[in-house]
Design a protein around this ligand. Structure first.
Ligand SMILES: *Cc1c(COP(=O)(O)O)cnc(C)c1O
Length: 470
């Protein structure tokens, strides 16, 4: 596809290369293990990359969650922690930052994203209600189910097709949503659970046109829209690059407009907000805020720290402002696109267009001979680790879990191995090493066998399940 947004910034006609808007002041040594050491480590870890020790990993692309490198300013902020139980000045900095950048009125701090998901799910979902959303996310859906809700996927069909080049594969299918409102009754819908970018679809963005139309539809049915804002900076960068009328707007301006179409948001600050731990929940409705502020003291901590230390809130307040800068987001997404372009040049099957936070390898494309119940994406993550010590993670049948009604595996259309790129951590040379390792694993694909699961935990099984070679 010739669309300029699908090329790295350096490859766009007439554009010069970009570079990171920072230089490196401190480094953390990493080392390469031998093939024998990795073979032993992967067996000990039950072929689950979540169970590897990070010391045995060379380039860690397990997640972009809590793995960002903080800036010197954020580290300086750590020294300014006001560790008061109540009313820490760092909380007020955090509150101001969320209000200024995202535009919501009331802010509740939480220890991380799932703490916020727990609170909002318990506050808004009545047992038996439906919660439509643009593809599920693991912890989000689990909290919605634990509150008695049933998640309904209303993302556009293109999101389920890894090679489909739709520029906004995160969009909500408004016909699917309206059908749900009509069939189940809008009063039986708790809220629309909107996420940008859509993690499980490969970091795919939602367009401004879609959120605007979504707001109009929901207004007609009296349904609220709440946003999983975890990677909205990256989402807004894609709007700037791809959507008519936004090329001249800053990421911050686009974000403000996007959020204005929603009633509130929950946040895993471990992603876009550039901290190693933290989260928040922000809403416009005062009564809901009052309820959430009361609940947070039960589950997280007082409403002016919510499970974070004062120093964590200071680093977060600074990270909110740094992360939304155009040059920061451009370099972050640009590095992901750089890796994606290398793989596409070698015809390696990946989800396209390349998303904002990582590369999603299409494991069904790698291993058409491995049936889905022998876990192709889990297999691919293990093979990549064995080849080079690069750690990714499964985003396929293991992550999808079991259907609570039937007890069978859920068989998702997408069977992916995710390589999430931490923010501000690795260099372009690391990306070259990763690409070459993927190519080596791809070349050996026909000899690769699948896995069988030998231990399965009850909740979020992908974190702790164990496997053996089939
Ligand atoms: C990480 C994540 C969450 C959960 O946040 P945690 O901070 O890990 O608890 C929720 N939604 C999305 C889209 C995420 O990526």
């Amino acid at each position: 596809m010739d669309h300029p947004a699908f090329k790295t910034m350096g490859q766009q006609a007439g554009r010069r290369s970009w570079a990171e808007p920072w230089k490196i002041k401190m480094v953390e040594p990493i080392h390469v293990t031998s093939r024998e050491e990795r073979e032993q480590a992967v067996v000990e870890a039950g072929f689950n990359t979540f169970l590897l020790r990070s010391e045995d990993v060379y380039i860690d692309l397990l997640t972009d969650s809590g793995t960002s490198a903080m800036s010197d300013r954020q580290w300086a902020g750590i020294m300014l922690g006001d560790e008061a139980y109540a009313g820490s000045r760092n909380f007020y900095h955090l509150e101001e930052a969320v209000q200024a950048v995202y535009g919501y009125k009331h802010v509740v701090p939480t220890h991380q994203g799932r703490g916020a998901e727990h609170l909002i799910s318990q506050a808004l979902i009545k047992p038996g209600q439906f919660v439509p959303g643009n593809m599920y996310f693991t912890t989000t859906r689990l909290h919605q189910e634990l509150a008695g809700g049933t998640f309904v996927d209303v993302i556009i069909d293109e999101a389920h097709a890894p090679a489909n080049l739709h520029p906004f594969k995160g969009d909500v299918d408004l016909d699917k949503l309206e059908t749900l409102f009509k069939e189940k009754g809008a009063e039986n819908v708790s809220y629309v659970s909107l996420a940008g970018t859509v993690n499980m679809a490969g970091g795919q963005p939602v367009s401004m046109a879609n959120v605007k139309a979504l707001r109009a539809l929901c207004d007609r049915y009296g349904v609220h829209v709440y946003l999983d804002a975890t990677r909205m900076y990256e989402n807004c960068f894609f709007i700037q690059q791809r959507e008519e009328g936004y090329a001249e707007k800053s990421v911050a301006q686009i974000l403000e407009e996007f959020c204005s179409y929603t009633d509130g948001a929950w946040m895993s600050a471990k992603k876009d907000n550039l901290v190693n731990i933290g989260g928040w929940l922000a809403v416009n409705d005062y009564d809901l805020f009052d309820q959430l502020r009361n609940m947070v003291v039960i589950y997280e901590g007082l409403h002016t720290y919510g499970g974070m230390a004062g120093r964590d809130m200071e680093a977060l307040a600074i990270g909110i402002a740094e992360g939304v800068q155009d040059d920061q987001v451009r370099a972050r997404v640009g590095q992901v696109l750089y890796l994606g372009d290398l793989l596409l040049d070698w015809d390696i099957p990946i989800v396209q267009p390349v998303g904002g936070h990582g590369i999603f390898l299409d494991a069904k494309g790698f291993y058409p001979h491995i049936p889905q119940d022998q876990f192709p994406a889990q297999t691919l993550a293990a093979e990549l680790y064995l080849d080079s010590g690069v750690r990714g993670m499964e985003r396929g049948i293991v992550s999808a879990g079991r259907d609570p009604q039937t007890g069978d595996h859920r068989y998702p259309a997408l069977e992916l191995t995710r390589l999430a790129i931490p923010r501000r951590v690795y260099t372009q040379a690391h990306m070259d090493v990763v690409a070459e390792s993927i190519r080596a694993v791809y070349e050996a694909r026909e000899q690769t066998r699948g896995l069988r699961m030998v231990y399965e935990p009850k909740y979020l099984r992908f974190f702790q399940a164990r496997f053996e070679r089939a």
